[in-house]
Design a protein around this ligand. Structure first.
Ligand SMILES: C[S@@+](CC[C@H](N)C(=O)[O-])C[C@H]1O[C@@H](n2cnc3c(N)ncnc32)[C@H](O)[C@@H]1O
Length: 326
């Protein structure tokens, strides 16, 4: 059975490996996390769960690259405004605002503690010219009122928290209403045969081990309980640093709900195959035919308003190939 992205769905093979080092962080002048900082090894006692989460799970540069790719492909231009739903530390908002001086970002999360952590870590020391273009709201994405935005980002499967169809559709409708008339909703999803298994997978990172624990799967309801644990070289462990009680939605269910909420078109971006390994090659392209692999991650682009008309060659202007050549 071919296997695309690693079983652990919180890391797509699309995203650059991030074992030791955060080269990006170093480039941006942030303090580079190290296995041993000032002679101290990471342990459960001296570690911060949000820092480890960001190191192990998030790739905000790749996320913002995907926003640009989707806008070029589906709208033939770049967006300026995003809303990062379920923003947590709002690292993607920061990356978006840094990226271009015309960019603006709104983050929405209902957990004040994670918002404050992100404020201290990412936004407190930003130049005013960047910080002034980021707004963070402590609110529920189901009823938040925000100015119109061009893009809504709901990444790392956070909307799987909505377990019944009516609430999922209500969330997508809220997104629809908040978007500009040509706006795009971008989110991800995971699945594959192993997504329906109760398994634990470890990944060694810079001075700690990240553990994705698919602890429970209920085939009757589709409900899952997933934990993230962090283990350290001294044998200590941060057990259940994060817990997610989700419904494992399928791609057709998600797209049906998006269309019911009013979106004109949905496109699944499926990962290509690395023919040497049989795994994913990190390149996501619009696709209507996936593979029944053991574990996959896909992106979904939901378009408000009419899709861009076809060009004379029969191809959509700004197709991903064209976007790449720009
Ligand atoms: C899996 S984390 C996502 C963090 C980050 N955006 C990422 O991509 O990794 C989920 C976040 O969603 C927030 N959250 C859960 N339900 C929410 C809701 N109804 N409205 C706003 N935020 C919510 C939680 O507080 C948590 O910070």
């Amino acid at each position: 059975m071919p296997k695309k992205s690693p079983r652990n769905p919180r890391r797509s093979s699309s995203k650059p490996a991030k074992t030791a080092k955060p080269a990006n962080a170093a480039k941006r002048g942030a303090k580079a996390p190290r296995a041993r900082r000032a002679g101290v090894w990471r342990t459960a006692a001296n570690s911060d769960r949000h820092e480890l989460y960001e190191l192990a799970v998030q790739e905000v540069v790749a996320e913002c690259d995907f926003i640009d790719k989707a806008w070029r492909a589906h709208r033939g231009r770049l967006a300026t405004t995003i809303r990062e739903d379920f923003c947590g530390t709002a690292k993607a908002c920061t990356e978006w605002a840094r990226r271009r001086p015309t960019n603006h970002a709104i983050g929405v999360d209902l957990d004040r503690s994670v918002i404050l952590w992100g404020e201290r870590r990412h936004r407190a020391h930003l130049p005013e010219s960047i910080a002034s273009r980021i707004t963070i709201l402590e609110a529920n994405v189901l009823d938040v009122a925000t100015p119109e935005v061009e893009t809504i980002l709901a990444m790392n499967f956070s909307y799987f928290i909505f377990k019944d169809r009516a609430t999922l559709v209500a969330y997508f409708r809220r997104c629809f209403e908040s978007l500009s008339k040509d706006g795009l909703l971008l989110c991800d999803a995971y699945g594959g045969s192993e997504a329906h298994s109760e398994v634990e997978e470890e990944r060694s990172l810079d001075g700690f081990t990240y553990v994705w624990d698919q602890n429970q799967y209920n085939p009757i309801t589709g409900d899952v309980v997933n934990h993230i644990h962090f283990r350290f070289p001294d044998g200590s462990e941060m057990k259940r640093a994060f817990t997610y009680r989700w419904r494992l939605w399928s791609l057709p269910e998600i797209q049906d709900a998006m269309r019911e909420a009013g979106f004109a078109k949905t496109t699944v971006y499926w990962e290509g195959t690395d023919h040497k390994t049989g795994g994913g090659n990190g390149v996501f392209k619009p696709s209507t035919r996936g593979e029944a692999c053991a574990g996959w991650i896909a992106y979904i682009v939901a378009e408000k308003g009419a899709p861009k008309p076809a060009t004379r060659k029969g191809k959509r202007a700004g197709s991903p190939a064209k976007a790449r050549s720009k």
